[in-house]
Design a protein around this ligand. Structure first.
Ligand code: SF4
Length: 365
Protein backbone atom coordinates (compact mmCIF):
# COMPACT_ATOMS: atom_id res chain seq x y z
CA UNK A 1 0.00 0.00 0.00
CA UNK A 2 1.20 3.49 -0.77
CA UNK A 3 2.30 5.35 2.37
CA UNK A 4 0.67 8.65 3.35
CA UNK A 5 1.87 11.62 1.34
CA UNK A 6 4.87 13.32 2.86
CA UNK A 7 4.26 16.81 4.16
CA UNK A 8 6.58 19.11 2.25
CA UNK A 9 8.95 21.10 4.43
CA UNK A 10 11.54 23.65 3.40
CA UNK A 11 14.87 21.93 2.66
CA UNK A 12 17.19 22.64 5.63
CA UNK A 13 20.32 24.62 4.72
CA UNK A 14 22.77 21.75 5.42
CA UNK A 15 20.79 19.28 3.34
CA UNK A 16 20.45 21.86 0.54
CA UNK A 17 24.23 22.39 0.58
CA UNK A 18 24.90 18.65 0.30
CA UNK A 19 22.43 18.22 -2.55
CA UNK A 20 23.77 21.24 -4.42
CA UNK A 21 27.39 20.11 -4.05
CA UNK A 22 26.58 16.63 -5.41
CA UNK A 23 24.73 18.08 -8.40
CA UNK A 24 27.56 20.50 -9.19
CA UNK A 25 30.22 17.77 -9.00
CA UNK A 26 28.13 15.41 -11.12
CA UNK A 27 27.39 18.06 -13.77
CA UNK A 28 31.03 19.16 -14.04
CA UNK A 29 31.84 15.59 -15.11
CA UNK A 30 28.70 14.66 -17.06
CA UNK A 31 27.51 17.75 -18.93
CA UNK A 32 26.57 17.04 -22.53
CA UNK A 33 28.56 18.91 -25.13
CA UNK A 34 26.02 21.40 -26.52
CA UNK A 35 26.70 24.37 -28.83
CA UNK A 36 25.60 27.02 -26.30
CA UNK A 37 27.68 25.58 -23.44
CA UNK A 38 30.66 27.76 -24.27
CA UNK A 39 33.03 29.33 -21.82
CA UNK A 40 32.22 32.12 -21.26
CA UNK A 41 28.56 31.75 -22.15
CA UNK A 42 27.21 33.92 -24.93
CA UNK A 43 24.06 35.57 -23.47
CA UNK A 44 22.30 35.83 -26.83
CA UNK A 45 22.98 32.25 -27.88
CA UNK A 46 21.85 31.12 -24.44
CA UNK A 47 18.60 33.06 -24.78
CA UNK A 48 18.03 31.61 -28.26
CA UNK A 49 18.64 28.09 -26.97
CA UNK A 50 16.35 28.54 -23.96
CA UNK A 51 13.49 29.86 -26.10
CA UNK A 52 13.98 27.00 -28.55
CA UNK A 53 14.17 24.42 -25.76
CA UNK A 54 10.82 25.52 -24.32
CA UNK A 55 8.97 23.07 -26.56
CA UNK A 56 11.65 21.35 -28.60
CA UNK A 57 13.91 18.43 -27.73
CA UNK A 58 17.48 19.37 -26.85
CA UNK A 59 18.97 17.25 -29.64
CA UNK A 60 16.84 19.15 -32.15
CA UNK A 61 17.77 22.50 -30.57
CA UNK A 62 21.44 21.56 -30.88
CA UNK A 63 20.95 20.81 -34.59
CA UNK A 64 19.16 24.06 -35.37
CA UNK A 65 20.94 26.60 -33.18
CA UNK A 66 24.10 27.00 -35.32
CA UNK A 67 22.09 28.18 -38.36
CA UNK A 68 19.98 30.54 -36.25
CA UNK A 69 23.00 31.99 -34.48
CA UNK A 70 25.07 32.46 -37.61
CA UNK A 71 22.17 34.20 -39.39
CA UNK A 72 21.33 36.35 -36.37
CA UNK A 73 24.57 36.59 -34.34
CA UNK A 74 23.22 39.32 -32.06
CA UNK A 75 19.82 40.66 -30.92
CA UNK A 76 20.38 43.68 -33.17
CA UNK A 77 20.77 41.49 -36.27
CA UNK A 78 17.47 39.79 -35.52
CA UNK A 79 15.74 43.05 -34.56
CA UNK A 80 16.43 44.47 -38.03
CA UNK A 81 15.39 41.31 -39.93
CA UNK A 82 11.89 40.86 -41.39
CA UNK A 83 9.66 38.54 -39.36
CA UNK A 84 9.36 36.16 -42.32
CA UNK A 85 13.10 35.48 -42.29
CA UNK A 86 13.05 34.22 -38.71
CA UNK A 87 9.86 32.23 -39.37
CA UNK A 88 11.59 30.61 -42.37
CA UNK A 89 14.55 29.54 -40.20
CA UNK A 90 12.07 28.31 -37.58
CA UNK A 91 10.27 26.06 -40.11
CA UNK A 92 9.39 22.66 -38.70
CA UNK A 93 10.11 23.60 -35.07
CA UNK A 94 6.48 24.31 -34.18
CA UNK A 95 5.15 26.85 -31.65
CA UNK A 96 5.82 29.69 -34.06
CA UNK A 97 4.70 32.30 -31.53
CA UNK A 98 8.13 31.69 -29.96
CA UNK A 99 9.80 33.00 -33.12
CA UNK A 100 7.54 36.05 -33.22
CA UNK A 101 8.19 36.76 -29.52
CA UNK A 102 11.92 36.34 -30.04
CA UNK A 103 11.77 38.92 -32.81
CA UNK A 104 9.97 41.36 -30.49
CA UNK A 105 12.41 40.55 -27.67
CA UNK A 106 15.35 41.32 -29.97
CA UNK A 107 13.79 44.70 -30.79
CA UNK A 108 13.28 45.42 -27.09
CA UNK A 109 16.88 44.43 -26.31
CA UNK A 110 18.09 46.75 -29.10
CA UNK A 111 15.87 49.67 -28.03
CA UNK A 112 15.88 49.38 -24.23
CA UNK A 113 19.05 47.50 -23.27
CA UNK A 114 21.68 48.88 -25.69
CA UNK A 115 21.62 45.64 -27.68
CA UNK A 116 22.74 43.49 -24.73
CA UNK A 117 20.70 40.68 -23.18
CA UNK A 118 19.83 41.97 -19.69
CA UNK A 119 21.16 40.11 -16.65
CA UNK A 120 18.48 40.91 -14.04
CA UNK A 121 15.46 38.62 -13.71
CA UNK A 122 13.09 41.62 -13.60
CA UNK A 123 14.49 42.96 -16.89
CA UNK A 124 14.49 39.55 -18.55
CA UNK A 125 10.83 39.15 -17.58
CA UNK A 126 9.99 42.24 -19.67
CA UNK A 127 10.98 40.40 -22.85
CA UNK A 128 8.02 38.90 -24.76
CA UNK A 129 7.93 35.12 -24.42
CA UNK A 130 10.32 35.09 -21.44
CA UNK A 131 8.68 33.67 -18.33
CA UNK A 132 9.97 33.06 -14.83
CA UNK A 133 11.80 29.86 -15.75
CA UNK A 134 13.64 31.32 -18.79
CA UNK A 135 14.51 34.51 -16.89
CA UNK A 136 15.93 32.45 -14.02
CA UNK A 137 17.83 30.19 -16.41
CA UNK A 138 19.55 33.11 -18.19
CA UNK A 139 20.23 35.04 -14.97
CA UNK A 140 21.78 32.00 -13.28
CA UNK A 141 23.43 30.08 -16.10
CA UNK A 142 24.84 33.09 -17.97
CA UNK A 143 25.24 35.70 -15.23
CA UNK A 144 25.72 33.33 -12.27
CA UNK A 145 22.98 34.94 -10.17
CA UNK A 146 21.19 33.06 -7.40
CA UNK A 147 17.94 32.92 -9.35
CA UNK A 148 15.71 29.84 -8.95
CA UNK A 149 14.42 27.85 -11.90
CA UNK A 150 11.51 25.42 -12.15
CA UNK A 151 10.58 23.55 -15.29
CA UNK A 152 9.09 20.06 -15.57
CA UNK A 153 12.49 18.39 -15.05
CA UNK A 154 13.46 20.46 -12.03
CA UNK A 155 10.04 20.13 -10.39
CA UNK A 156 10.20 16.34 -10.77
CA UNK A 157 13.70 16.10 -9.23
CA UNK A 158 12.73 18.33 -6.31
CA UNK A 159 9.52 16.41 -5.62
CA UNK A 160 11.38 13.12 -5.68
CA UNK A 161 14.36 14.06 -3.54
CA UNK A 162 11.98 15.50 -0.98
CA UNK A 163 9.44 12.67 -1.35
CA UNK A 164 6.82 15.38 -1.89
CA UNK A 165 3.80 13.45 -3.09
CA UNK A 166 1.90 16.53 -4.28
CA UNK A 167 -0.61 16.97 -7.08
CA UNK A 168 1.44 18.34 -10.01
CA UNK A 169 -1.66 20.08 -11.38
CA UNK A 170 -2.05 22.10 -8.17
CA UNK A 171 -0.71 25.66 -8.13
CA UNK A 172 0.58 25.14 -4.60
CA UNK A 173 2.93 22.45 -5.94
CA UNK A 174 4.50 25.00 -8.24
CA UNK A 175 4.93 27.46 -5.37
CA UNK A 176 6.51 24.69 -3.32
CA UNK A 177 8.95 23.83 -6.14
CA UNK A 178 9.95 27.48 -6.63
CA UNK A 179 10.57 27.92 -2.90
CA UNK A 180 12.72 24.77 -2.75
CA UNK A 181 14.60 25.76 -5.89
CA UNK A 182 15.43 29.11 -4.26
CA UNK A 183 16.71 27.36 -1.13
CA UNK A 184 18.88 25.06 -3.21
CA UNK A 185 20.36 27.81 -5.37
CA UNK A 186 21.04 29.88 -2.24
CA UNK A 187 23.06 26.97 -0.85
CA UNK A 188 25.12 26.10 -3.93
CA UNK A 189 28.63 27.22 -4.82
CA UNK A 190 27.95 28.16 -8.45
CA UNK A 191 24.36 28.97 -9.50
CA UNK A 192 25.38 28.50 -13.15
CA UNK A 193 26.70 25.00 -12.55
CA UNK A 194 24.02 23.96 -10.09
CA UNK A 195 20.92 25.10 -12.00
CA UNK A 196 22.07 23.66 -15.29
CA UNK A 197 23.15 20.49 -13.50
CA UNK A 198 19.73 20.09 -11.90
CA UNK A 199 18.08 20.41 -15.32
CA UNK A 200 20.54 17.96 -16.84
CA UNK A 201 19.93 15.50 -14.03
CA UNK A 202 16.18 15.66 -14.71
CA UNK A 203 16.75 15.20 -18.44
CA UNK A 204 19.24 12.32 -18.27
CA UNK A 205 18.93 10.50 -14.94
CA UNK A 206 15.79 11.42 -13.03
CA UNK A 207 13.59 10.86 -16.07
CA UNK A 208 9.77 10.78 -15.89
CA UNK A 209 9.69 7.00 -16.33
CA UNK A 210 12.30 4.49 -15.12
CA UNK A 211 14.65 6.95 -13.37
CA UNK A 212 18.26 5.70 -13.26
CA UNK A 213 18.59 5.85 -9.49
CA UNK A 214 21.67 3.61 -9.45
CA UNK A 215 23.57 6.28 -11.44
CA UNK A 216 22.15 9.26 -9.58
CA UNK A 217 24.41 11.49 -7.46
CA UNK A 218 21.42 12.15 -5.17
CA UNK A 219 20.44 8.54 -4.56
CA UNK A 220 21.59 8.61 -0.92
CA UNK A 221 19.59 11.76 -0.18
CA UNK A 222 16.50 10.86 -2.18
CA UNK A 223 13.37 10.26 -0.11
CA UNK A 224 11.30 8.93 -3.01
CA UNK A 225 13.92 6.30 -3.68
CA UNK A 226 14.08 5.35 -0.01
CA UNK A 227 10.30 4.86 0.05
CA UNK A 228 10.43 3.14 -3.37
CA UNK A 229 8.10 5.82 -4.74
CA UNK A 230 10.36 7.11 -7.50
CA UNK A 231 7.99 5.70 -10.15
CA UNK A 232 4.93 7.26 -8.51
CA UNK A 233 6.16 10.77 -7.72
CA UNK A 234 4.99 12.92 -9.34
CA UNK A 235 1.59 11.34 -10.05
CA UNK A 236 0.83 11.41 -13.79
CA UNK A 237 -1.12 14.41 -15.03
CA UNK A 238 -4.48 13.86 -16.69
CA UNK A 239 -4.01 14.29 -20.45
CA UNK A 240 -5.58 17.50 -21.79
CA UNK A 241 -8.71 17.14 -23.92
CA UNK A 242 -7.84 17.07 -27.62
CA UNK A 243 -9.77 18.80 -30.36
CA UNK A 244 -10.22 17.37 -33.87
CA UNK A 245 -10.21 19.82 -36.79
CA UNK A 246 -10.21 19.32 -40.56
CA UNK A 247 -8.07 21.06 -43.16
CA UNK A 248 -8.82 20.47 -46.86
CA UNK A 249 -5.63 21.43 -48.74
CA UNK A 250 -5.68 21.77 -52.50
CA UNK A 251 -2.65 21.28 -54.72
CA UNK A 252 -2.75 23.35 -57.90
CA UNK A 253 0.22 23.44 -60.27
CA UNK A 254 0.79 25.37 -63.49
CA UNK A 255 2.41 24.22 -66.74
CA UNK A 256 5.83 25.38 -65.52
CA UNK A 257 5.61 23.13 -62.44
CA UNK A 258 4.98 26.04 -60.08
CA UNK A 259 2.72 25.31 -57.13
CA UNK A 260 -0.04 27.52 -55.78
CA UNK A 261 0.75 28.67 -52.23
CA UNK A 262 -0.81 31.18 -49.89
CA UNK A 263 0.07 32.80 -46.59
CA UNK A 264 -1.97 31.83 -43.56
CA UNK A 265 -3.83 34.50 -41.56
CA UNK A 266 -1.84 36.63 -39.11
CA UNK A 267 -3.56 35.08 -36.09
CA UNK A 268 -4.16 31.56 -34.83
CA UNK A 269 -2.51 28.25 -35.66
CA UNK A 270 0.61 28.55 -37.88
CA UNK A 271 0.02 32.31 -38.20
CA UNK A 272 1.67 33.96 -41.25
CA UNK A 273 3.22 30.69 -42.43
CA UNK A 274 2.68 29.38 -45.96
CA UNK A 275 0.48 26.54 -47.18
CA UNK A 276 -1.41 25.15 -50.16
CA UNK A 277 -4.82 26.89 -50.37
CA UNK A 278 -6.76 25.37 -47.50
CA UNK A 279 -10.33 25.32 -46.28
CA UNK A 280 -10.71 24.63 -42.57
CA UNK A 281 -13.62 23.20 -40.64
CA UNK A 282 -14.04 22.44 -36.95
CA UNK A 283 -16.92 20.01 -37.46
CA UNK A 284 -16.19 17.62 -40.31
CA UNK A 285 -14.16 17.45 -43.51
CA UNK A 286 -15.23 20.19 -45.96
CA UNK A 287 -17.18 18.79 -48.92
CA UNK A 288 -15.82 19.03 -52.51
CA UNK A 289 -18.60 21.49 -53.28
CA UNK A 290 -17.52 23.76 -50.41
CA UNK A 291 -13.87 23.46 -51.41
CA UNK A 292 -14.40 24.33 -55.07
CA UNK A 293 -16.65 27.25 -54.16
CA UNK A 294 -14.43 28.67 -51.44
CA UNK A 295 -11.02 28.15 -53.00
CA UNK A 296 -11.82 28.96 -56.65
CA UNK A 297 -10.76 25.61 -58.11
CA UNK A 298 -12.32 22.91 -60.32
CA UNK A 299 -11.83 19.22 -61.19
CA UNK A 300 -11.07 18.30 -57.60
CA UNK A 301 -9.44 14.90 -57.16
CA UNK A 302 -8.55 13.22 -53.81
CA UNK A 303 -4.78 12.97 -53.32
CA UNK A 304 -4.45 11.56 -49.83
CA UNK A 305 -5.13 12.06 -46.18
CA UNK A 306 -2.96 12.28 -43.07
CA UNK A 307 -3.26 13.18 -39.43
CA UNK A 308 -1.00 15.76 -37.83
CA UNK A 309 -1.00 16.09 -34.05
CA UNK A 310 -0.20 19.36 -32.32
CA UNK A 311 -0.13 19.58 -28.52
CA UNK A 312 -3.88 20.10 -28.23
CA UNK A 313 -5.28 19.32 -31.65
CA UNK A 314 -5.67 16.42 -34.08
CA UNK A 315 -5.51 18.10 -37.48
CA UNK A 316 -6.95 15.88 -40.23
CA UNK A 317 -5.47 16.91 -43.56
CA UNK A 318 -7.57 16.03 -46.63
CA UNK A 319 -5.46 16.57 -49.71
CA UNK A 320 -6.83 17.21 -53.20
CA UNK A 321 -5.36 18.13 -56.52
CA UNK A 322 -7.31 20.53 -58.75
CA UNK A 323 -7.21 22.99 -61.62
CA UNK A 324 -7.79 26.69 -61.16
CA UNK A 325 -11.36 27.71 -62.00
CA UNK A 326 -10.31 30.41 -64.45
CA UNK A 327 -11.42 32.76 -65.86
CA UNK A 328 -14.50 32.86 -63.61
CA UNK A 329 -16.13 32.63 -61.14
CA UNK A 330 -13.03 33.27 -59.15
CA UNK A 331 -9.30 33.33 -59.09
CA UNK A 332 -7.67 30.80 -56.79
CA UNK A 333 -6.12 32.21 -53.65
CA UNK A 334 -2.36 32.62 -53.39
CA UNK A 335 0.44 32.75 -55.94
CA UNK A 336 2.28 30.24 -58.11
CA UNK A 337 5.79 29.65 -56.76
CA UNK A 338 8.64 27.33 -57.74
CA UNK A 339 9.44 24.51 -55.27
CA UNK A 340 12.68 26.36 -54.44
CA UNK A 341 10.79 29.56 -53.63
CA UNK A 342 8.34 27.61 -51.48
CA UNK A 343 11.18 25.88 -49.63
CA UNK A 344 12.54 29.31 -48.68
CA UNK A 345 9.19 30.35 -47.14
CA UNK A 346 8.29 29.67 -43.50
CA UNK A 347 6.41 26.35 -43.53
CA UNK A 348 4.97 24.21 -40.77
CA UNK A 349 5.82 20.51 -41.02
CA UNK A 350 2.49 19.36 -42.56
CA UNK A 351 2.55 22.14 -45.15
CA UNK A 352 6.13 21.31 -46.11
CA UNK A 353 4.97 17.74 -46.66
CA UNK A 354 1.99 18.82 -48.79
CA UNK A 355 3.79 21.42 -50.90
CA UNK A 356 7.19 19.80 -51.32
CA UNK A 357 6.51 16.04 -51.11
CA UNK A 358 2.88 15.36 -52.10
CA UNK A 359 2.52 18.16 -54.67
CA UNK A 360 5.36 17.02 -57.01
CA UNK A 361 3.88 13.50 -57.01
CA UNK A 362 0.36 14.70 -57.85
CA UNK A 363 1.10 17.52 -60.31
CA UNK A 364 -1.74 18.07 -62.82
CA UNK A 365 -0.63 20.90 -65.11
S1 SF4 B 1 17.54 8.71 -6.74
FE1 SF4 B 1 16.20 8.27 -8.44
S2 SF4 B 1 14.30 9.33 -8.01
FE2 SF4 B 1 15.84 10.14 -6.64
S3 SF4 B 1 16.59 11.98 -7.68
FE3 SF4 B 1 17.93 10.28 -8.25
S4 SF4 B 1 17.06 9.44 -10.14
FE4 SF4 B 1 15.53 10.74 -9.18
Amino acid sequence: MRPDPVTPNPIPRDRAKRIAARVETWFAKNARDLPWRTSPRDPWMSLLSEILAQQTQISRVAERIPALFSTFPSPTHLAHAPEQSILALWSGLGYYSRARNLHKSAQMIRDSFDGNVPSAVDDLLKLPGVGRYTAGAIASMVFNQRAPIVDGNVRRVIMRIEGADLDPANKATDQYAWAQSQRLVNACTSPALFNEGLMELGALICTPRAPKCAQCPLSRSCRARRANLQDQIPAPKKPAARKAIHHAAVIVTDAAGKILAEQRPARGLWANLWQAPTLESAERAPTPRQITAELGVRKLKPAGHFLFKTTHRDVHFHIYSAHPAEPSPGTPRGEFLSPEAIAAKPLATPHRRILLEIAPATARP
